[in-house]
Design a protein. Structure first.
Length: 190
C-alpha cells in the first residue's frame, strides 16, 4: 500500500497547449512591425520588451484557435525531452496556412489542406513556460480564406510541403489583400 502511495505522489503530467492568434496590424512594413511588436534581443536575452503591450496587441486580434500536436509533433517533443545531448531537429521552423475547407484535424495529419503560404517565424520569444512564435504576413501575402494552420519542423524550408507537420489547427479567417497580419503562435507547457 505504501509503494502505491509513493508512485501516485511522484507521478507528473506534461500538458502542452497551443493557441494561434491572427492580428490585423496597422503597420506598413515588416520593419515597422518588428520595431513595435517584437522585443529587442541580444545574446538570446530580452534587453527591451516589445514597445506594444499584450493588452495593446489584443486590440488587433481578428481570429484565434487552439491546435493539436500531431503524432510527429508528440514524437519530436518526447525526443527532445529524452535527448541526452540536448540536440534534436527543430520543432517550429515554418508557420504555414492552408485554404481548402476541412472539417477536422487529427494527430495523424501530415500536411495542411491547400497550403498557400509559409514563412519562418520572425521571433521565438520564451517567457517562463510559454513560447511565442511571431510571424509577419505582408499586406499582399496569403489573401483568401484561411481554414487551417500548422507548424512544420524537422528540416522544413520555405518550400510548400517540406519538413514534418508538428501541429495542426482548424482556423477560420478571411485575409483581405492590403491588410498585413501578425500571427502569434503561443505554445504553453504546464
Amino acid at each position: 500500500m505504501e509503494e502505491a502511495y509513493i508512485r501516485k505522489e511522484i507521478k507528473e503530467a506534461l500538458h502542452i497547449a497551443g493557441l494561434i492568434r491572427a492580428r490585423a496590424v496597422p503597420f506598413d512594413s515588416e520593419e515597422e512591425w518588428r520595431y513595435w511588436w517584437l522585443p529587442e534581443i541580444k545574446d538570446g536575452k530580452i534587453v527591451r520588451p516589445a514597445r506594444m503591450s499584450e493588452q495593446e496587441k489584443d486590440r488587433y486580434t481578428v481570429a484565434e484557435a487552439h491546435n493539436i500536436l500531431t503524432s510527429n509533433g508528440i514524437g519530436a517533443v518526447l525526443g527532445y525531452i529524452g535527448s541526452s545531448s540536448g540536440s534534436t531537429e527543430q520543432f517550429a521552423q515554418q508557420f504555414a496556412i492552408g485554404d481548402i475547407a476541412i472539417n477536422s484535424v487529427s494527430a495523424g495529419d501530415t500536411s495542411l489542406a491547400g497550403e498557400i503560404f509559409r514563412a519562418a517565424p520572425s521571433l521565438s520569444n520564451i517567457t517562463g513556460v510559454q513560447i511565442d512564435l511571431s510571424t509577419f504576413i505582408g499586406s499582399t501575402q496569403a489573401a483568401g480564406n484561411w481554414t487551417n494552420v500548422g507548424l512544420f519542423g524537422n528540416g522544413a524550408t520555405s518550400s510548400s510541403g517540406s519538413g514534418t507537420l508538428m501541429t495542426h489547427s482548424l482556423f477560420t479567417y478571411t485575409k483581405v489583400n492590403g491588410v498585413p497580419i501578425s500571427t502569434d503562435y503561443l505554445i504553453t507547457q504546464n
